[in-house]
Design a protein around this ligand. Structure first.
Ligand code: NAD
Ligand code: UDP
Length: 339
């Protein structure tokens, strides 16, 4: 079986390419390198000793998509490609809607033209908005998103549902990620944000490294045990394992399904910092700051549907997430820039 991995050079995409090669799939990666470096894929091939095909190109480009589907026999697609910086999406809504939504529409059109109607889509817990219930099950109603990035995920989900309603030949798995962190244990691939990180874990690892002076903790006055926000961090290896399990749903022709990918455990910002210090022995100085606009106090999953239907359950805890994120950062202080 051959899989097209869009956004294959990115953080999650590169870990997916690695796992898929290990599992014996033929991998075709497509990425425009807008937020990644093709070295990630060189390293994936180094780790696995296997080769993949890489197309440097855009999901908005019908020519490159057409070329891929005519040159390669693709059985299904895992669609990671997209812009994902929440703050930037507020500044550049058109760019986000165009890239993520028009890009996905173009991909879906070229897929159906090629007769490939199997797709796994990277969605996000952000579609729940301020969640109506905690822990969040898949039945929890979708909510109002606080930024264009979130809306692109919510709208693409709707597009996929409507495409499926109109044409039952599609098999679609929507995976709603909670907070992916960590890196492959080789420490050869990992998260490599451009500029100052927006997300907590890469910020913490860069403070630990001394590249940033201290962590700002956004809000200490939430209605949570220690006053800081609670999230459901999930090891990237567990997250990708969830995708491999989800492929089975495509093979079974089971139509459209939606799964949360999280651990089911809520961890506060301060707990994450404590775990990081314990796991690495490296200090992370922090200061309390004002709340960040758009943050919700508590967000964690009920992942039992994925366990029931896919036989998937997260294996790693916060300790391993911190350890592996740190090993990657320590061995690659400038990410892929330095060899
Ligand atoms: P990433 O930025 O590392 O990877 C996305 C990849 O897509 C990048 O390599 C980028 O260059 C590529 N890309 C963007 N637009 C493209 C286009 N038009 N054509 C071709 N390639 C394009 O991000 P990631 O963390 O690996 O996220 C992967 C997917 O998972 C994204 O869709 C993201 O929204 C979603 N997601 C991520 C998280 C997270 O915290 N990392 C959480 C929820 C959902
Ligand atoms: N956070 C923080 N300082 C930072 C980055 C993030 O305190 O420099 C907090 C943020 O307010 C949120 C949590 O860490 O409560 C996770 O933030 P992240 O951006 O990683 O994920 P998301 O907001 O998408 O859940």
């Amino acid at each position: 079986m051959n899989v097209l991995v869009t956004g294959g050079a990115g953080y999650l995409g590169s870990h997916a390419c690695l796992k898929l090669l290990e599992e014996g799939y033929g991998v075709v990666a497509l990425d425009n390198l807008a937020n990644s470096n093709s070295k990630s894929l060189e390293r994936v091939q180094k780790i696995t000793g296997k080769t993949l095909k890489f197309y440097e190109g855009d999901i908005l480009d019908r020519e490159v998509l057409g070329r891929i589907f005519s040159e390669q026999k693709i059985d299904f697609c895992i669609h990671f490609a997209g812009l994902k910086a929440v703050g930037e999406s507020v500044q550049k809504p058109w760019e986000y809607y165009n890239n993520n939504i028009t890009g996905t529409l173009t991909l879906l059109d070229e897929m159906r033209k090629a007769g490939v109607k199997n797709i796994i889509f990277s969605s996000s817990a952000t579609v729940y908005g301020d969640p109506a219930q905690i822990p969040i099950t898949e039945e929890c109603p979708k909510g109002s998103c606080t930024n264009p990035y979130g809306w692109t995920k919510s709208m693409i989900e709707q597009i996929l549902m409507d495409m499926y309603k109109a044409d039952n030949e599609w098999n679609i798995v929507i995976l709603r990620y909670f907070n992916p962190v960590g890196a492959h244990q080789s420490a050869l691939i990992g998260e490599d944000p451009k500029g100052i990180p927006n997300n907590l874990m890469p910020y913490v690892t860069q403070v630990a490294l001394g590249r940033l002076p201290q962590l700002g903790v956004f809000g200490g006055d939430y209605d949570t045990p220690d006053g800081t926000c609670i999230r459901d961090y999930i090891h990237v290896l567990d997250l990708i394992d969830g995708h491999v399990k989800a492929i089975k749903k495509l093979e079974d022709n089971s139509g459209l399904s939606i799964y949360n990918l999280g651990t089911g455990h809520g961890v506060s910002v301060l707990e994450l910092v404590e775990n990081f210090i314990k796991a690495t022995g490296v200090d992370v100085p922090y200061v309390m700051k004002d709340r960040r606009a758009g943050d919700i106090p508590v967000c964690y999953s009920d992942p039992s549907k994925a366990e029931r239907e896919l036989g998937w359950k997260a294996q790693y805890g916060v300790f391993e997430m911190c350890r592996d994120a740190w090993n990657w950062q320590m061995k690659n202080p400038k990410g892929y820039e330095e060899e």
